[in-house]
Design a protein around this ligand. Structure first.
Ligand SMILES: NC(=O)c1ccc[n+]([C@@H]2O[C@H](COP(=O)([O-])OP(=O)(O)OC[C@H]3O[C@@H](n4cnc5c(N)ncnc54)[C@H](OP(=O)(O)O)[C@@H]3O)[C@@H](O)[C@H]2O)c1
Length: 270
């Protein structure tokens, strides 16, 4: 049952990072499918605004996932859910030596340890009830590592490995696992917020594309879904076999300059 599919109508889903650009779109798309959504993040005002926008079938549970035990407490406070979308993350951008030890710990806690703890807390109930799906939002930085992304890439590569192996562990159960890999996303979210311009020819996808991929992953039981244009997907595919070649191409395309601008614009999100 590794490709377990789930019908969404009438289910209950926890979406972390729902106060952010992609999480809001994911919660909205799930809600549109008749799902009761539990929306989580630190900023309660943004979560309440989302609840007002969506109307009924929304619960708000605020949580700071950088705190020890926060993920397990969040799972307890949510009660049984059929779907987890582990989407919350910090951009963790910048050169390795610009991070304090505490900033490294916080990035790993929010981006990697919290999704693992949430899965640990929620998956057994899904198995027991005979249905469920776990979605992990990684990134193209979880497939291709570039300058200024060592901490972020470590968490996003880690999430990929965790999710794929977990899918194998849950193979004989009715619980599915999907990892979604967004490239650069326009309009809202941690990249759009920076207003950094990409080199000519690099195109983007929207938060709604990411939300559609989450829905597709759950309904079709897909293992991994990329949300990016063909050249980016092709680059990631080649990087799997020849990472130093792709690193050289990325440098030529100006990845170091983009990374510096991103780090500057995202330094208050550590
Ligand atoms: N945007 C892109 O281009 C892009 C590309 C690839 C992958 N992604 C991935 O997509 C996901 C969503 O990102 P986004 O673009 O929507 O970013 P965003 O707008 O910055 O949202 C990040 C979300 O994570 C939550 N979060 C951060 N720290 C937290 C903490 N300590 N405890 C609990 N929640 C916390 C934020 O909640 P509060 O602000 O309320 O704390 C917010 O809801 C992330 O996993 C990101 O890595 C995004």
């Amino acid at each position: 049952m590794a490709n377990a599919r789930l019908r969404l109508e009438g289910r209950r889903a926890l979406v972390t990072g729902a106060s952010g650009g992609l999480g809001g779109a994911i919660a909205t798309a799930l809600h549109g499918r008749g799902v009761q959504v539990v929306v989580s993040g630190r900023r309660e005002d943004a979560l309440e605004e989302l609840r007002r926008k969506l109307g009924d079938r929304v619960d708000v549970v605020a949580s700071d996932l950088s705190r020890p035990d926060a993920a397990r407490e969040l799972a307890d406070r949510c009660g049984p859910v059929d779907v987890l979308v582990a989407n919350a993350a910090l951009p963790a951008s910048g050169r390795f030596d610009s991070f304090t030890p505490e900033q490294i710990d916080r990035s790993v806690a929010v981006n990697l340890a919290a999704p693992m703890q949430l899965a640990r807390a929620l998956a057994p109930g899904m198995v027991e009830r005979g249905a469920g799906h776990l979605v992990f939002v990684s990134s193209f930085a979880g497939k291709v590592a570039t300058a200024g992304s060592s901490i972020y890439s470590a968490t996003k590569f880690g999430l990929r490995g965790f999710a794929f192996a977990l899918r194998e562990d849950l193979r004989s159960t009715p619980v599915g696992v999907t990892t979604v890999f967004p490239g650069f996303i326009s309009d809202a979210g941690m990249f759009a917020d920076t207003r950094v311009r990409l080199p000519p020819g690099v195109s983007m996808r929207s938060p709604e594309h990411v939300a559609a991929a989450v829905i597709r992953g759950i309904e079709r039981g897909r293992a991994e879904i990329d949300v990016a244009p063909l050249p980016l997907r092709a680059g990631a595919w080649v990087a799997g076999a020849a990472p130093t070649l792709v690193a050289a191409v990325n440098r030529r395309l100006g990845s170091e300059r983009v990374a510096e601008r991103l780090a500057e614009a995202q330094k208050d999100k550590r």
